[in-house]
Design a protein around this ligand. Structure first.
Ligand code: MRU
Length: 371
């Protein structure tokens, strides 16, 4: 997507041919647009852990490049497995991380060490290209739902869509998942308006989703996280679309903390609740999301402090709690499949059920857990 007229992906190889990638430093947005070079395994792992890059698909893409960078430095079995373990340990919830690491390792492990880095580098670039086309296809599939919602309103007024966290292009290589249908609808001239949950504690909605929607010209309002239910009660939300970090074989959805409460409110108010996902986000090995998906617990300081820009332009962190107040920071929650109206994938829209998913991805039948 474009920033000030220039097209960007969220990750790209540097121009001089070195085994180095550049990423947008998302910890600096929306106050500063800065990029960062990742030239070593440690830098790639740090970028994921510190959320310089974040969002399930982009975490996977960065991990794939991290493997290639590590193999260029040392292509031995020992180093390859150590790189895998280091990258896998960065964040526990988004399954795209393990998916990308497995894909790279299984492609290069049978090769002679000297051939590994090149193959991994090309594969990482391929994973990025694939993510872009998958996300664009999700956009096309979800567009049909927005068009239907617009028709339901008699073609009058804007379609009001609520989203949580950031599942836009910044969370992927390009386009986004939940936001891709919104870009498609907007570009097609369908009036859309987005309610952007601020997404405490890290404010991905306020700082990233609102930023990218604003740069694209999509009408939106940031709302406090607790507003969704109220907006739905007053008929101000036509549909919800969120992204996800892991979907189970039966359609349970793990996403940013607070997603579950939005799904409950949507259910209570008869508002359709859609989840957009690329197929690498499906974890076919797990069934019960609440019991089986590891939920990342992050520093309590993310809850008790907040960062922002002062009038002089400097960015500072301030405490919002009394010194010593204990806090807990679960980064994700699980929305049971029964609260999900449908899943939007690159191959189509399906019910959040095992049969629904297998109907679109029949090749997964032999490895899909559950009956
Ligand atoms: O902690 P984050 O910012 O990595 O969490 C991101 C989300 O929860 C997104 O909604 C999810 O990764 C889907 S991204 C297309």
């Amino acid at each position: 997507m474009k920033i000030d007229g220039k097209h960007y992906r969220t990750i790209w190889p540097v121009a001089d041919g070195a085994v180095v990638v550049e990423v947008i430093d998302q910890t600096k947005l929306p106050h500063k647009f800065e990029t960062k070079r990742l030239a070593t395994l440690d830098e790639a792992a740090h970028a994921i852990k510190a959320m310089i890059v974040r969002g399930a698909p982009l975490i996977g893409a960065t991990a794939a490049y991290g493997m290639a960078i590590a193999l260029a430095a040392d292509p031995s079995d020992v180093a390859m497995n150590a790189a895998y373990d280091k990258l896998a340990a960065t964040r526990p919830t988004a399954i795209n991380l393990r998916w990308a690491l497995d894909r790279v390792r299984s492609a290069v492990a049978p090769l002679a060490p000297g051939a590994r880095a090149k193959v991994a580098w090309v594969l990482a670039a391929g994973i990025c290209d694939e993510d872009v086309s998958i996300c664009e296809a999700i956009g096309e599939q979800g567009l049909k739902l927005i068009e239907a919602a617009f028709a339901k309103k008699g073609g009058k007024g804007a379609v009001n869509i609520l989203t949580h966290c950031n599942a836009g292009w910044l969370a992927t290589v390009d386009w986004g998942t939940a936001i891709a249908p919104i870009y498609k609808a907007f570009d097609k001239g369908i009036p859309v308006h987005v309610w952007v949950d601020e997404t405490r504690p890290r404010n991905q909605g306020a700082s990233l989703t609102a930023f990218e929607l604003g740069r694209h010209g999509v009408p939106h309002h940031i709302v406090a996280d607790n507003s969704g239910g109220h907006l739905m009660q007053h008929g101000l939300v036509d549909l919800c679309i969120v992204g996800t970090d892991r979907v189970t074989a039966r359609g349970d959805v793990c996403n940013k903390i607070g997603t579950y409460l939005k799904a409950l409110a949507a259910h209570d108010n008869g508002v359709p609740f859609y989840v957009a996902l690329p197929s690498p986000t499906i974890d076919w090995t797990v069934v019960d999301g609440v019991k089986e998906i590891p939920i990342e617990e992050r520093s309590s300081l993310e809850v008790t402090r907040i960062a922002g820009r002062l009038a002089d332009g400097s960015v500072v962190e301030v405490d919002i709690a009394a010194p010593g107040s204990p806090a807990r920071n679960d980064a994700f929650d699980v929305t049971p499949a029964r609260l999900v109206t449908a899943l939007i994938t690159e191959r189509g829209v399906c019910p959040a059920t095992r049969d629904g998913l297998l109907g679109l991805f029949p090749e997964a039948k032999t490895r899909a857990a559950g009956e």
